[in-house]
Design a protein around this ligand. Structure first.
Ligand SMILES: Nc1ncnc2c1ncn2[C@@H]1O[C@H](COP(=O)(O)OP(=O)(O)OP(=O)(O)O)[C@@H](O)[C@H]1O
Ligand SMILES: [Mg+2]
Length: 258
């Protein structure tokens, strides 16, 4: 199977500090790859490298065969990779409908006049409705983002990424700050929506091991910037050494946070 997204020997230093070293990963169509590891392991650095936000100091990052090192998330979204951020892109005073419309328009930019009321554009409105209903937000279109619940804000963030019609989607802790019951709802929504929307691969940074075990097709564990394991969930959780090195520490962290 050919890779949609891959890194070959990727390294990243911050000054003398080595945050990533010799990371080689390959993500193919149909995969949901979770990136796990303790605090400071390099997960966010890796996601930043994968989305072209950060240039690796060694190695190559390829998306659909092309080198994307440092091209930035906007150019990358145009090529078919979108990233859901942790709420930072949600403007509190914008409505749900407007938020999704911004993403739809940036994708389907078709010479709309800057001064035209884009919400009146029928095709944009139809697409906003479609995306909102995939995530159960169709009744909230007029609601300002600041009035949404925490879980709904997460869904709006992910919905905006979906509106970009990506082939690959990156989710950085999509369920943080959401109750356990809602976490599963969000993940199920994301996985179902991905199938409907033709998303080919999902990369997930997640601390909740239940979610990781249930939804991943593959798990990549990082420790101190290196890949400790890269395996399907059954093998991953079936290996006592990995469980001790990764899951044990994660559970410890979760217990501390609770
Ligand atoms: N801009 C930076 N300058 C210097 N050091 C950095 C910078 N960004 C990250 N680091 C360091 O690189 C290491 C990896 O950080 P990173 O944020 O990738 O970890 P993480 O796995 O996402 O951790 P967490 O689970 O806590 O989010 C950490 O030791 C961090 O302090
Ligand atoms: Mg992080």
């Amino acid at each position: 199977m050919s890779a949609i997204l891959e890194t070959v020997g990727v390294g990243r230093k911050y000054g003398d500090f080595v945050a990533l070293e010799d990371v080689s990963l390959s993500i193919a169509e149909g995969e949901l790859v979770s990136i796990v590891g303790p605090n400071g392991a390099g997960k966010t650095t890796l996601v930043n490298v994968l989305t072209g936000l950060l240039k690796p100091t060694a190695g190559v990052v390829r998306f659909r065969g092309e080198d994307i090192a440092g091209i930035g998330p906007v150019m990358l979204a145009r090529r078919g990779m979108a990233r859901a951020f942790q709420l930072v892109h949600i403007f509190p005073a914008m409505s749900v409908g407007q938020t999704i419309a911004v993403a739809v328009i940036s994708q389907e930019w078709k010479g709309l006049s800057f001064f035209r009321d884009v919400s009146r554009d029928e095709s944009v409105r139809a697409r906003v409705h479609e995306v909102a209903s995939i995530f159960g937000l169709e009744k909230k279109l007029e609601t300002e983002a600041r009035h949404l619940s925490q879980g709904e804000k997460k869904l709006l963030d992910i919905a905006s990424a979906f509106a970009l019609k990506p082939e690959v989607i990156l989710l950085d802790e999509p369920t943080s700050g959401v109750s356990s019951a809602d976490k599963h709802g969000i993940m199920r929504n994301v996985v179902d929506a991905s199938k409907k929307a033709g998303v080919k691969a999902i990369i997930l940074v997640e601390h909740d091991m239940d979610l990781v075990a249930e939804y991943s097709t593959r798990i990549v564990a990082l420790t101190a910037g290196r890949v400790l394991a890269d395996r399907p969930p059954k093998e991953f959780f079936g290996d006592p050494e990995i469980v001790a090195a990764i899951v044990g520490r994660m559970v410890g962290r979760l217990a501390k946070e609770a």
